[in-house]
Design a protein around this ligand. Structure first.
Ligand SMILES: Cc1cc2nc3c(=O)[nH]c(=O)nc-3n(C[C@H](O)[C@H](O)[C@H](O)COP(=O)(O)OP(=O)(O)OC[C@H]3O[C@@H](n4cnc5c(N)ncnc54)[C@H](O)[C@@H]3O)c2cc1C
Length: 824
């Protein structure tokens, strides 16, 4: 026997995959508990049609799907395959959808999947039931297919059982037992099962099980309609379960799969039908229906689906709906699963809101995380601790779950903001921003100005990029003027949404020295840019650490996962024997911040304060407490846009006063308000990386061009040994590309991010961040590339829908490499 005692709650496709992966890694004191009877205990896996489309905007989600395909392809149950690799075909019947298929083709290619956009005739060859007059093209992935979920459950559980895992069916978990803040087991209706680790893989019942330890799980069970036709005459004679591709018609919210001579039709176009977790049946409290997750069919909701299906597949006109039901599965507030450990209860983990498509990938990732403490796939998007507190409000969870059901197949621009509930979080500057005609986008609940209509007159006589289509959505040429004025004069940027944490207490210095790659034990007033690493040397985050007092630091961070990581590390014994207490606190909501940046920033600030803000008295990367007029401010001399200036923090109550004071003083210097669109272009001109977009857990500092933030003179910090070892092994690099104007179209090379990068016809990498460089007059894209192709001058191509744009590797930063503007 080895490994801790683990209870996996739920023998669906996720719990089974996890049990198998844990056993494979030598953890065999594992018990899988399910309230239902195997092989179909009654959850979503018991009746899922199992379509696996691997293409996803998220690299991680595509990788989880690809692993599912690989694993299930190699798995059988008594000789019967667990995966049927029939291919996947997503069809377009409008020009917009065809354009979207090209974008999706780009994602698939970026993430290493073999995908092709096919003309109508080839789509029809693959799936002859399609109406030749409607289909304009299709995205085809030969490795997509059908996962046999029930078979996969049994096959994985059997394999796990052979390695010692116990499976207890017909055992309902009634409570999760805890003592001293950690789990000790589960109480079932047939007795207790002791455990050191409990993993909630309870699907739609997840909130109920997580609630047993007081954890709010932002998940909504929603019904989704699935129907099977009667035999279709045109399919007569098809004697294998399925031999032709699965089909998606996302423009009509539909998907299809064959089953011998019948067609299964899944529909997302009906009204959202959420179900409260306590309303879902379970063996101890049955409700009508063959399974707890199956609700009675509501034919009227299916009427549009049936009409649209017969339009795309006219042969269905000779058939009828033979079986149908409303099946329940989980939706989250941001479409990503909920994975990882509870923040509050040691040993309680969740693997929730996972599709069959991603199940084996998630099983592997969770097992890696539990056993090895790290995952091969970067899961920051899926981490259950990624949420802000308002994200857990029941109203929010329900509203977003319903909306995500409605939008599941919609075409979404990467900047497209959610519409409701809004506004949620507004900075104190909001009324002034509204008065300036701000166009707001939403980020983590915050309303952030993207540009300001009031700046339109600044456009006169300026060069702005020529863009159209997708590059022009959620964008305005005003951004160009705002960026240029920032470099010429001075601008105010609302930086309130930037998460900042207070790390304080007698142990604060030793703690930060232990967890950061930089040396933060410098004089009060010092600011240090450094990284938080994982134990394997991968980047967890990049942070800016300002020492405000001997035992008080302000840490500029990237999001809730940084707070979570620091709080967890703070709970661990320091190892230096000091045991001095340290507190990590998110202070963002009580504060606001103006980025005052541009060559005239000092001219604006100095008359407002008695503190000397000259370069000599207040140098670059220094912090001071000062007054701006009547407002006490923490000023950090930093700039994410690469200009002279300060981040000026004050408490929320004084925010409006700060804005007004700076605004009034700035008038004679031509101050403007600047939005995120300008900001993003400016930061890329300066080569500043953004965590989560440019680099993630899977990258190390050397590859990401952040080696300068790793202070190897420090004897120890989390991840040091691993990162040292990785230094000599760099094979890929985050690389700056410039995209010149296309002579043919006259359009500038502005892309969105996630596009494939080609060397000839070979995909060699993918774009992370992109923007136009408004002050250098060219498109910019950062991309992960093999090191040998990352040399300046290298000519490449970036996939942009059905085109390839010229791109040239260019030395970075593109603006002010001598740092004169920042340090002056
Ligand atoms: C109609 C329909 C069509 C779908 N089509 C697809 C598709 O084509 N492709 C795709 O990828 N996904 C599809 N899905 C989604 C997919 O089925 C689910 O996301 C997936 O099966 C969830 O697996 P799971 O293991 O997390 O949950 P489940 O399969 O629901 O398993 C959870 C298990 O936990 C057990 N449990 C819960 N509470 C307790 C407790 N207190 N004590 C003991 N046991 C408990 C339950 O009995 C259940 O067996 C579809 C879903 C539906 C409903």
């Amino acid at each position: 026997m080895s490994g801790p005692r683990v209870v996996v709650v739920g023998a669906g496709v996720v719990g089974a995959a996890l049990a198998d992966e844990l056993a494979t890694r030598g953890w065999d004191e594992v018990t899988v508990v399910d309230q239902g009877a195997l092989p179909s205990p009654g959850g979503s896996s018991s009746h899922a049609p199992g379509l696996v489309f691997q293409t996803n905007a998220s690299k991680a989600m595509s990788e989880l799907a690809r692993h599912t395909v690989e694993k299930l392809s190699a798995l059988d149950l008594d000789g019967e395959p667990c995966y049927l690799p029939v291919g996947g075909l997503e069809v377009a019947t409008t020009d917009d959808r065809l354009t979207e298929l090209h974008r999706r083709h780009g994602w698939a290619t970026s993430w290493g999947l073999d995908a092709r956009v096919l003309p109508p005739a080839e789509c029809l060859e693959l799936y002859p039931l399609l109406d030749p007059d409607r289909v304009l093209g299709g995205l085809y992935l030969p490795t997509d297919g059908v996962a046999k979920a029930v078979r996969a459950v049994v096959a994985q559980l059997r394999r796990a059982q052979a390695r010692g895992v116990r499976v207890l069916e017909n055992h309902e978990v009634l409570d999760v037992l805890t003592a001293g803040g950690r789990v000790t087991g589960v109480r079932t209706d047939r007795g207790d099962v002791p455990a050191d680790v409990v993993v909630c893989c309870a699907g739609i019942w997840g909130p109920r099980v997580a609630g047993m330890v007081g954890m709010d799980l932002p998940l909504t069970p929603l019904a989704h309609q699935l129907a099977w036709t009667s035999p279709v005459p045109a399919m007569a004679g098809l004697d294998t379960e399925i031999s032709r591709p699965i089909v998606r018609h996302q423009g009509a919210d539909l998907y299809f799969r064959d089953r011998f001579d019948q067609v299964g039709i899944g529909f997302y176009g009906h009204r959202p039908m959420p179900v409260g977790v306590e309303e879902i049946g379970r063996p101890s409290r049955p409700v009508a229906g063959p399974m707890p997750s199956v609700l009675p069919f509501t034919p009227r909701d299916f009427e549009p689906a049936w009409a649209l299906s017969r339009e795309l597949l006219p042969a269905l006109g000779e058939a009828e709906v033979a079986e149908a039901f409303n099946g329940l599965f989980s939706f989250t507030t941001d479409d990503f699963p909920l994975l990882g450990p509870s923040r509050d209860v040691e040993g309680f983990w969740v693997a929730e809101a996972v599709w069959v498509t991603h199940s084996a990938g998630v099983g592997r990732a969770m097992a890696e995380w539990l056993v090895e403490g790290r995952t091969t796939v970067d899961l920051h998007e899926c981490d259950v601790n990624r949420f802000e507190s308002h994200h857990l409000a029941p109203d929010y969870v329900l509203a977003r779950g319903k909306q995500n059901f409605v939008e599941v197949y919609d075409v979404k621009h990467p900047l497209q903001p959610m519409e409701d509930p809004r506004p949620l979080r507004t900075s104190p500057f909001h009324p002034r921003q509204v008065a300036l005609g701000a166009e707001f986008l939403e980020f983590n609940g915050w309303e952030r100005p993207q540009w300001y209509a009031a700046n339109e007159p600044l456009l006169a006589g300026r060069d702005v990029p020529a863009v159209d289509g997708w590059a022009a959505r959620h964008w305005s040429p005003i951004a160009a003027a705002e960026a240029q004025v920032t470099r010429e004069r001075v601008a105010m940027y609302d930086m309130t949404a930037l998460k900042h944490l207070e790390v304080s207490g007698p142990g604060a210095t030793a703690f930060l020295q232990r967890v950061c790659t930089g040396n933060v034990d410098k004089s009060v007033g010092s600011v240090t840019y450094c990284l938080l690493l994982h134990e394997d040397g991968g980047i967890h985050s990049d942070v800016t650490v300002a020492r405000l007092a001997a035992d008080t630091y302000q840490v500029g961070a990237n999001g809730p996962l940084d707070e979570d990581r620091l709080a967890r590390l703070a709970r661990l014994p320091p190892g230096d024997g000091s045991g001095a207490p340290v507190t990590v606190r998110d202070v963002t909501p009580g504060y606001c911040c103006v980025g005052l940046w541009g060559p005239r920033a000092r001219d604006v600030l100095q008359p407002l304060t008695t503190t000397d803000v000259s370069n000599e008295a207040f140098g670059y990367f220094r912090a001071k407490q000062l007054y701006v007029g009547n407002v006490p401010v923490t000023a950090l001399r930093l700039s994410y846009v690469g200009e002279l200036g300060w981040e000026l923090y004050t408490t929320a109550d004084l925010g409006l006063k700060l804005w007004d004071t700076l605004w009034a003083a700035g008038q004679e210097h031509g101050v403007i308000a600047g939005g995120r669109a300008a900001f993003n272009g400016l930061r890329l001109e300066k080569g500043y990386r953004s965590f989560g977009v440019d680099m993630t857990f899977e990258h190390d500092p050397w590859e990401a061009g952040l080696g300068f933030a790793v202070r190897l003179q420090k004897e120890s910090f989390v991840g040091r040994d691993a990162v040292v070892a990785r230094r000599e092994a760099v094979q890929r690099r985050l690389t700056c590309l410039t995209l010149p104007r296309d002579a043919g179209t006259g359009l500038d090379g502005v892309v969105l991010g996630k596009e494939p990068v080609y060397d000839g016809d070979r995909c060699v990498g993918y774009v992370t961040s992109a923007s136009y460089g408004y002050t250098i007059g060219t498109g910019i894209a950062y991309a992960w590339l093999p090191a040998e192709l990352a040399e300046p001058g290298q000519e490449l191509r970036v996939g942009w829908f059905d085109r390839r744009l010229r791109a040239v590797v260019t030395a970075e930063p593109l603006v002010d490499p001598e740092m004169k503007r920042l340090r002056s």
